[in-house]
Design a protein around this ligand. Structure first.
Ligand code: ASP
Length: 582
């Protein structure tokens, strides 16, 4: 080793020790007769010290040529600092330099390598290798490393086997477009990159592997959305001979293990809620349960008083914002504007203030007297000082809009605390969802998900009512994982494909291999996949997944550092048998 210690290692008990350090120059302070250098590596910062008259003149001369991010090797003696820095673990000591060698120079970096940098996003991404020198980014990747290690430790402890599945495959439908790769040896033919290893992990169950996992790259060519990466990582898992309950408890165990070992947190109870109840109580299939603010349905107290907005509505539903009766006119207008935004889509917002003196004041006083307003308040067990917010309209739309309002208000009230964690299982998802554009049914999870046996008979008459053995784990209002019990017989799989509008021939061409495998003793099986990047960012308390990925792509799907995607040469195209359109 070129060094005896790292830059994060030396302490007061090392005083008088001769040491060799290597690292990057973070900062140079030249006070004329005294000169300090902050030397940085991935472990920390150590202060180096030179003094006119005491240190060798040639050393001072070299030191004065140092620039930011120069790479140096120093030899010296550890000394106690006169003015200590209690913010640095090494802050009690400094190293008196006895030899100094420049291992490499550096251009002035395009942004400061500090926790708070002056570099914008684009610049940071272009010089990502410099950005990765910054503590917060490095720490995010260290967290990711720890999460991966602990995931492996937990699953290995339960007899899961990590198996790598191929990357050059053919389409696996997870509801996105495929990235494709032309095959030189098979002109005119293409591989698809996996949207997930779904079919392979099911085949591994047929092979008897019984418990599989893989921390694996997946690829989805989706339209641009903030904070989505075209390639991302899943903790992908599958188990045979299990019930849904077994899967839920095994993977609740994984999340608990990660919280405990990585964050030192004992995760609270993880409740189960059906999809139907989640929509009814929170207007979302990924409710944020760090706070309550559940919906109350109000048709019973709202209808029949001559207020057309309520009378004509399929559903009148509200939330109670604790302690918000004091909201000003301006704040209430802001909330009204919020729900009327096209993305939210409500027509208006009704409020009832539960005044601290026990009276009520509402935006619908014309239609409802004090006694009637009190009935609304009772529905919520509202107390003086609370504010009730009500939406009305078509059921599903109104629930979704109120779900957004719930999050918005909670955000304003500071109830979405990044250091607080609430997980839950949402289960019994519908098997199918109607695609209004294409006028056909799509699989809500994916086509390999099994319907609940008791609902199968509805497949002919009410496909939309068939529930699946499918589940999501939700953490702080974000879906972090999802899976299902699978179909494991050919007939049901064929039926499913036909419901999804595949002809027998198409189904056979695309998924014949899987249906064939089901005829050779396929065990009952099911599984789940967690979005690893997102899970890491939630653990790291960050909004964006970017800094938990070493070399991410930007929102346009580009890697601006290596400049990809890029064109390829005519010769390469020709070799691949691809003609570019004029
Ligand atoms: N393959 C699924 C997904 O990527 C997860 C699963 O069903 O296990 O969402």
């Amino acid at each position: 080793m070129l060094r005896t210690h790292t830059c994060g290692e030396l302490r007061i008990n090392n005083v008088n020790k001769k040491v060799l350090l290597t690292g990057w120059v973070q900062r140079l302070r030249d006070k004329g007769s005294l000169l300090w250098i902050d030397l940085r590596d991935r472990y920390g910062i150590t202060q180096l010290f030179l003094e006119e008259g005491k240190s060798d003149a040639s050393l001072l001369q070299i030191a004065r040529t140092l620039g930011r991010e120069f790479v140096v090797k120093v030899e010296g003696t550890v000394a106690e600092r006169i003015s200590k820095n209690d913010k640095l673990p090494t802050g009690e000591i400094e190293v008196k330099v006895t030899s100094l060698e420049i291992l490499n120079t550096s251009k002035v970096p395009p942004f400061t390598i500090e926790d708070e940098t002056d570099g914008g996003d684009d610049l940071r991404m272009k010089y990502r290798y410099l950005d990765l020198r910054r503590n917060p980014v490095r720490e995010s990747l260290q967290l990711r490393h720890k999460m991966a290690q602990q995931t492996r430790a937990y699953l290995d402890g339960l007899n899961f086997i990590e198996v790598e599945t191929p990357v050059l495959i053919k389409s696996t439908p997870e509801g996105a477009r495929d990235f494709v790769v032309p095959s030189r040896m098979n002109p005119g033919e293409f591989y698809a990159l996996p949207q997930s290893p779904q079919t392979f992990k099911q085949l591994l169950m047929v092979s008897g592997f019984d418990r599989y996992y893989q921390i694996v790259k997946c690829f989805r060519d989706e339209d641009l959305r903030a904070d989505r990466q075209p390639e991302f990582t899943q903790i992908d898992c599958e188990m045979a001979f299990v019930t849904q309950e077994d899967i839920l408890s095994t993977f609740e165990g994984l999340i608990r293990h990660l919280f405990k070992t990585v964050k030192g947190i004992e995760l609270k109870e993880v409740p189960h809620i059906s999809y139907a109840d989640a929509m009814k109580q929170y207007g979302s299939d990924k409710p944020d349960t760090r706070f309550e603010m559940k919906f109350e349905e109000l048709n019973e107290v709202a209808k029949g008083k001559g207020f057309m907005v309520f009378d004509d509505a399929q559903l009148v539903v509200g939330i109670c914002a604790k302690g918000c009766a004091g909201y000003t006119r301006k704040q209430l207008d802001e909330l009204t504007e919020f729900v009327k935004k096209p993305q939210i889509g409500a027509k208006g917002l009704v409020y009832i203030r539960c005044e601290t003196n026990g009276t009520y004041k509402s935006s619908v006083d014309k239609f409802f007297d004090e006694i009637e307003l009190a009935r609304f308040a009772q529905k919520f067990n509202a107390e003086p000082g609370d504010l009730i917010l009500i939406l009305a309209g078509e059921k599903d739309k109104t629930r979704k809009a109120l779900g957004e309002l719930r999050l918005h208000v909670a955000g304003q009230l500071g109830l979405r605390d990044k250091n607080k964690f609430a997980a839950l299982w949402v289960r019994d998802f519908p098997l199918l969802e109607w695609d209004e554009e294409l006028k056909k049914w799509n699989a809500m999870h994916h086509p390999f998900t099994s319907p609940k046996p008791e609902d199968i008979q509805l497949l002919e008459t009410n496909p939309g009512d068939v529930r699946a053995n499918a589940y999501d784990m939700v953490l702080n209002g974000t879906e972090i994982g999802g899976g299902s019990i699978r179909i494991h017989d050919r007939a049901t799989q064929q039926l499913m494909f036909s419901k999804l509008g595949f002809t027998d021939e198409e189904a056979k061409k695309q998924f014949g291999f899987l249906m064939d495998a089901f005829e050779y003793g396929a065990p009952p099986h099911g599984g789940i996949a967690f979005g690893f990047d997102r899970l890491c960012s939630l653990f790291g308390g960050a909004d964006s997944i970017r800094d938990f990925i070493a070399f991410p792509k930007n929102n346009a799907g580009r890697d601006v550092m290596i400049d990809s995607p890029s064109t390829i040469s005519e010769a390469q195209l020709k070799e691949l048998g691809i003609k570019m359109r004029e």
